[in-house]
Write a protein that binds this ligand. Structure first.
Ligand SMILES: [Zn+2]
Ligand SMILES: [Zn+2]
Length: 363
């Protein structure tokens, strides 16, 4: 691996972050950043469909539309396989490049075993979330779910799911991807290829928490390995005694960084990858922890946003145009906020994929 891979990786991540989270800002209007933001938040298939339609005609457009349908609107294992590729890739990169430095001045031998066990536990929690029942509503359990939560008369009213042909309990939702109603529906998770609902939210939270901890743990172990190598090779002494560098953090840091980049670029790449994933996962876990503590689901945050917009429109002169609060309304203004939240979530998901891809590419 070339020394520049860590720099290329961080550059890709930075550009991807700007595209995903800031691309819709007015300052980027009419720029390639805005176009790329549109692509990564769901517009890429529209553009691809138009392009293939122009080149190959209706048949090509139909193929792209079928691929989009399979990737985005049907249960599929694409992101599950991608998860295992990233987990396996990161673990074997760590074993191949850094096990030789354990034990070191700041890392005891126990981390060889603790690291492996932590990765296995992470994979088990992922499988547990993926394979457990999210709370599928069937004719045998629907009566139990109907009494679990009250109808609030605003977001939830008594009605029957036209697809499942079953009464729809309060806080449940019919998942259009899975094709089934799920109790206390939170969201459909593409990574675990299942809905997150009443029965598997605890596994999902454990999975998120564990992966935050795993990434932070990996970041600290690698940082400790690199710091140990700096100590073992007396780098600070060499720089100050032989090269006359002033013994201050400010003066020494650039030289130490250059040395690490030259001789430990693989560790640096892993460090950056795990550090960035830690930040992303901590933000995601914090958001879901807030939802759990306030007893609200992701789906309900969308619904409440829609409801607030609907109320605003009703009280304004344009109000009568809007007739629904369930997200199916035609007014673009009414659903703009959920779209924005959805855009950020899609952006975060794309960024996760971009970080994983660029890590595999650079490593
Ligand atoms: Zn249903
Ligand atoms: Zn689902």
């Amino acid at each position: 691996m070339a020394d520049w891979d860590a720099i290329v990786f961080i550059a890709i991540v930075l550009v991807s972050s700007v595209i995903c989270f800031c691309g819709h800002w007015p300052i980027f209007e009419g720029t390639p950043i805005q176009s790329l933001n549109y692509c990564c938040t769901g517009g890429c298939f529209d553009l691809l469909e138009k392009f293939v339609g122009l080149v190959c005609g209706a048949r090509g457009r139909h193929v792209v539309s079928s691929v989009e349908h399979y990737c985005c609107e049907r249960p599929n294992p694409i992101l599950q396989l991608f998860y295992f590729t990233i987990l396996g890739g990161a673990y074997f990169a760590f074993v191949g490049t850094s096990f030789q430095y354990i034990p070191g001045p700041y890392v005891s031998v126990v981390h060889r075993y603790l690291g492996t066990v932590s990765v296995v536990v992470g994979a088990v929690l992922f499988l547990l979330t993926s394979c457990s029942d999210p709370g599928l509503i069937t004719s045998t359990n629907v009566s139990d779910y109907l009494t679990m939560y009250p109808y609030d008369g605003i977001l939830y009213e008594e009605k029957t799911c036209s697809t499942c042909n079953l009464a729809r309990p309060p806080r449940s939702k019919h998942c259009s991807i899975c094709g089934r109603c799920v109790a206390r529906f939170d969201h459909h998770c593409g990574w675990t290829n299942t809905c997150i609902g009443e029965n598997n939210l605890r596994y999902f939270m454990a999975f998120l928490f564990w992966h935050c901890a795993l990434c932070l743990y990996g970041t600290f172990v690698i940082a400790a390995i690199v710091a140990g190598e700096v100590k073992k090779r007396n780098l600070v002494h060499l720089l100050t005694f032989y090269y006359g560098v002033e013994p201050s953090l400010q003066k020494l840091s650039p030289y130490v960084f250059q040395w690490v980049l030259a001789f430990y670029s693989q560790q640096l790449l892993l460090l950056l990858f795990l550090g960035i994933l830690s930040l992303l996962l901590t933000g995601f876990f914090g958001y879901h922890l807030y939802l759990v503590l306030t007893n609200i689901t992701t789906n309900e945050t969308y619904k409440w946003e829609s409801y607030k917009r609907w109320k605003q429109h009703v009280s304004s002169s344009e109000g009568p145009k809007v007739t629904s609060v369930d997200g199916s309304a035609s007014s673009s203004e009414q659903v703009s906020s959920p779209r924005l939240v959805g855009g950020y979530l899609r952006g975060a998901e794309f960024l996760g994929i971009a970080v994983g891809f660029s890590f595999l590419l650079c490593g």
